[in-house]
Design a protein around this ligand. Structure first.
Ligand SMILES: CC(C)(COP(=O)(O)OP(=O)(O)OC[C@H]1O[C@@H](n2cnc3c(N)ncnc32)[C@H](O)[C@@H]1OP(=O)(O)O)[C@@H](O)C(=O)NCCC(=O)NCCS
Length: 212
């Protein structure tokens, strides 16, 4: 896990979240437009709150999840990133059971990335994402994926992510796993030289992410 960093330009420190950060993390991630009604948001974030109680010695902060908080010089939380496995990974219709373990050990998903309005455009989201990417890379992950609103295509592009209407993944069997979620775009970035993005059936496709 990368050591806490101080950004001299903004005096922001990034740290891993603790079990006491439940409300903080919920408040910060609620800044993301989750395309849910307000009364549905606490339920949607309940698994994150639960996962936060399972901290361990890494490489990720909370088993298969990684939760980071950015704080200002007074220790006030101003941003957060939450990552973990995606729902499709345990869906028998989407992910072949035989490959499931390898998928969750190689691919992770950013569930939420948010910075409070007064601290935006200072590079805090970029820093949080870079910290997460470094940790996942060190832990042997080959790809980081996420789902985002169409309006954020440019933002994630600036951070090195390729966005498309579908998440397309070439399996070691040669089959193509392809996921689309109405109203969302999928973005992905390779973290390892063993993986690459190639064009398959006209779609940018993650290739080599699950190879031996
Ligand atoms: C999107 C969000 C996380 C950006 O945080 P931030 O700390 O302001 O972002 P950064 O300062 O690190 O910006 C990184 C780069 O993206 C650009 N950028 C920031 N917000 C952008 C936006 N909405 N659209 C396009 N580009 C954007 C910045 O100019 C910067 O580019 P550069 O370094 O190449 O010049 C923040 O606006 C936010 O919390 N929004 C509400 C929650 C949300 O939508 N989260 C994302 C979905 S999970």
């Amino acid at each position: 896990m990368p050591a806490p960093t101080t950004l001299t330009d903004t005096d922001i420190r990034v740290r891993t979240a603790t079990p006491e950060d439940g409300d903080t993390l919920v408040d910060l991630i609620s800044l993301v437009d989750l395309q849910l009604r307000a009364d549905e948001v606490p339920g949607a974030l309940a698994p994150m709150r639960h996962a936060l109680t399972h901290s361990d010695d890494g490489p990720l902060s909370h088993r298969r999840n990684h939760f980071l908080i950015a704080e200002n010089s007074e220790g006030v939380p101003v941003g957060a990133i939450t990552c973990g496995f995606a729902k499709w990974m345990s869906d028998p219709n989407r992910s072949p059971k035989i490959l499931r373990r390898r998928i969750v050990e190689r691919i992770s998903t950013v569930h939420g990335l948010a910075v409070v309005p007064a601290y935006r455009n200072r590079g805090i989201a970029r820093t949080l994402l870079q910290h997460a990417e470094e940790t996942f890379r060190d832990a042997g992950y080959t790809v980081l994926t996420l789902r985002h609103d169409r309006s954020l295509t440019k933002f994630y592009g600036r951070l090195g992510y390729i966005s498309h209407n579908r998440l397309s993944l070439k399996l070691p069997t040669g089959e193509l796993l392809s996921i689309a979620d109405r109203g969302w775009k999928h973005a992905f970035k390779v973290l390892s030289p063993t993986a690459s993005i190639t064009t398959v059936q006209g779609m940018p496709t993650i290739t080599g992410a699950l190879s031996d």
